[in-house]
Design a protein around this ligand. Structure first.
Ligand SMILES: [Zn+2]
Length: 428
């Protein structure tokens, strides 16, 4: 591929080739500008039948907004400049799926609660709808702070047992205890209330807001050094640094660290050997691995400016991915690894947090993709880490330092321990 395939995509493509290969609660009807609440739990019974009512209300609320918006098309002279936080840097906007139903300007009437998560996919299951964030937070005992008239009207702040999570209006980029992650949909404000996609809230937000013990305690892991043999992976500008060699070195360092801590460690390869993606998954099954971590390095050639670390896990069924390979993706597809959706996300956050903290590398966030063969069939929590860009001369120089790769290995080892101990927020 000559065009700048981003991140994990590049690796998956190369490796694939080698392989052949709430409810509406009884909250106040008038919402204060400042919403800071720590709610008692609502009666579950009171919520029966509410989603339908919610949809109707949302539809009623949004249609006038759309009509108003249409009336003001072109009347830009008196528009306020966008608040700072709307300018989320999306330097790779082109690489993301954009299936957000609320962003379809030609789709009228817009019924967010009734539209499929991904309109392009005929097989998509019906959308579980959007929920008012204040009701959702009340139900789940999350303190919500949103001040549309304040100095940062685009920021939505939530505090649960795992710390503070920050969402940004109309942006999928979010932040959990200082670490970046990607929602499947951005929060939308309809009328005077922020809304979230319900499935996204359940599958992405809630596990992070209320992160607790992982429920996993078996220290048996399959470490997968990406690429190998005829599949060289990415490289630096001169070709002197090959991803396949660097990932193996990283994996061997990680193996030593984990073995010293009593882990039972297996590697998908211990030498420069060609290995298909499915063979890597099969090996994890064969050894009875409890966890799976695939190690990679990135490239964005010819862009030499892109740097940073990103960590992937499988996209939950029904949600769009952060990164797509074969667009439009089938969001209804359910893979074996989807039974570990929550653990996948917590594992990714734990490892990613330590990597960012220890290296000081740019935080490119925890992301989700569903095209990565090495994740799809896993019968265990599984992640894929992109440890930096070989296409950046500066980052490649760092990655080329054995001491830096030791930091990378130590960070993953500590992130794995943090996951088992149930502290993906790093104790914050
Ligand atoms: Zn790779």
């Amino acid at each position: 591929m000559l065009f700048p395939l981003p991140s994990g995509l590049r690796h998956a493509v190369a490796a694939s080739a080698a392989q052949v290969g709430e409810g509406q609660g009884e909250g106040p009807r008038q919402h204060d500008n400042m919403v800071v609440r720590s709610f008692p739990q609502n009666s579950l019974v009171s919520r029966v039948g509410r989603p339908t009512l919610d949809r109707v209300r949302l539809g009623i609320q949004i249609l006038p907004c759309l009509l108003l918006a249409a009336c003001f098309q072109g009347c830009s002279s008196d528009r306020k400049p966008p608040p700072a936080l709307t300018a989320v840097p999306l330097e790779e906007e082109w690489e993301f799926a954009d299936p957000d139903p609320l962003e379809s300007p030609r789709s009228t009437p817009i019924q967010p609660a009734e539209r499929p998560a991904t309109p392009a996919s005929g097989a998509a299951r019906p959308s579980p709808g959007w929920v008012a964030l204040d009701d959702y937070c009340r139900f789940h005992r999350v303190a919500l702070e949103w001040d549309p008239q304040g100095s940062m009207p685009e920021r939505i702040r939530l505090q649960g047992t795992a710390g503070i999570t920050t969402l940004q209006r109309d942006s999928r980029m979010a932040n959990a205890a200082g670490l970046r992650f990607w929602m499947a949909y951005g929060p939308r404000v309809v009328g005077d209330r922020p809304y979230l996609n319900k499935l996204d809230a359940d599958k992405t937000l809630l596990p992070l807001v209320h992160a607790g013990p992982s429920g996993h305690d078996r220290r048996v892991i399959l470490i997968d050094p990406g690429h190998g043999g005829s599949n060289r992976g990415t490289q630096n500008d001169t070709g002197s640094l090959l991803e396949k060699n660097l990932t193996l070195d990283w994996a061997l360092r990680l193996e030593a660290l984990l073995s010293d801590r009593g882990w039972k460690v297996f590697l998908s390869r211990t030498k420069d050997k060609t290995l298909s993606l499915s063979e890597r998954v099969e090996e994890a099954d064969r050894v009875g691995a409890a966890l799976f971590v695939s190690l990679h390095f990135n490239a964005a050639t010819p862009d030499t400016s892109r740097t940073g670390i990103e960590t992937y896990c499988l996209t939950p069924a029904g949600l769009p991915s952060t990164l797509v390979r074969f667009a439009p993706e089938d969001t209804a597809k359910v893979y074996p690894n989807n039974r570990h959706d929550t653990a996948n996300l917590l594992l990714a956050m734990s490892v990613h947090r330590l990597l960012i903290e220890r290296t000081g590398a740019a935080d490119r966030g925890v992301r989700r993709a569903r095209f990565m063969t090495v994740l799809q069939g896993q019968q265990r929590p599984a992640i894929l880490v992109e440890g930096g860009f070989l296409s950046s001369p500066e980052e490649a120089a760092e990655i080329n330092r054995p001491a830096y790769r030791q930091i990378l290995a130590q960070a993953v080892a500590d992130g794995l321990e943090a996951f088992l101990q149930g502290s993906p927020a790093g104790g914050r």
